[in-house]
Design a binder for this molecule. Structure first.
Ligand code: HEC
Length: 133
């Protein structure tokens, strides 16, 4: 007999295998639904400043102060993070970048519990200032 509790448990345990952050390889693509997420910081003049504080306290250790992937912890990573200023990253929508920061993958942790929704959007605005050719 399959009880409701067993079904719930099987869903809970199947999840890491279905979408395990540490088992993902290859290109990291956000779902298209992320592109239309609503940005609460869209017209906030303090977004970049707020995002800079987040980046220079939590993200630079791996991504480096300029976001090029040369932070002090970068060489210890199995997969070196991409240069966040590159067109391949900058061409992604704000929502896609927000989604990646929220979800995390492999050695990049999920920031869902660490940062407020506003702070996660704010850091996306800051990432735009790192853009280069
Ligand atoms: C422990 C090291 C580490 C820290 C800290 C970290 N990241 Fe990452 N980040 C990574 C790695 C490694 C990847 C590549 C993950 C992959 O492709 O599987 C990555 C990928 C990304 C990407 C996706 C880039 C792409 O190729 O599309 C974004 C955006 C990003 N990080 C932003 C941030 C922000 C913002 C913070 C701070 C809130 C942060 N990261 C903190 C290691 C880190």
């Amino acid at each position: 007999m399959i009880t409701r509790a067993m079904l719930v448990l099987s869903v809970v345990f199947a999840q890491p295998f279905a979408q395990g952050p540490s088992t993902s390889n290859g290109p990291w693509t956000a779902p298209s639904a992320a592109d239309v997420l609503k940005d609460p910081m869209a017209s906030n003049p303090k977004a970049v400043e707020k995002g800079a504080k987040v980046f220079t306290s939590l993200c630079w250790t791996c991504h480096g102060m300029r976001g090029i992937g040369d932070g002090p912890n970068a060489s210890a990573l199995r997969k070196r993070p991409a240069d966040l200023g590159m067109p391949s990253v900058q061409s992604q929508s704000n929502g896609a970048l927000y989604w990646k920061i929220t979800q995390g993958r492999a050695e990049m942790a999920s920031y869902e519990q660490v940062l407020s929704r506003e702070d996660r959007w704010a850091v996306v605005h800051y990432l735009r200032t790192l853009a280069h050719e």
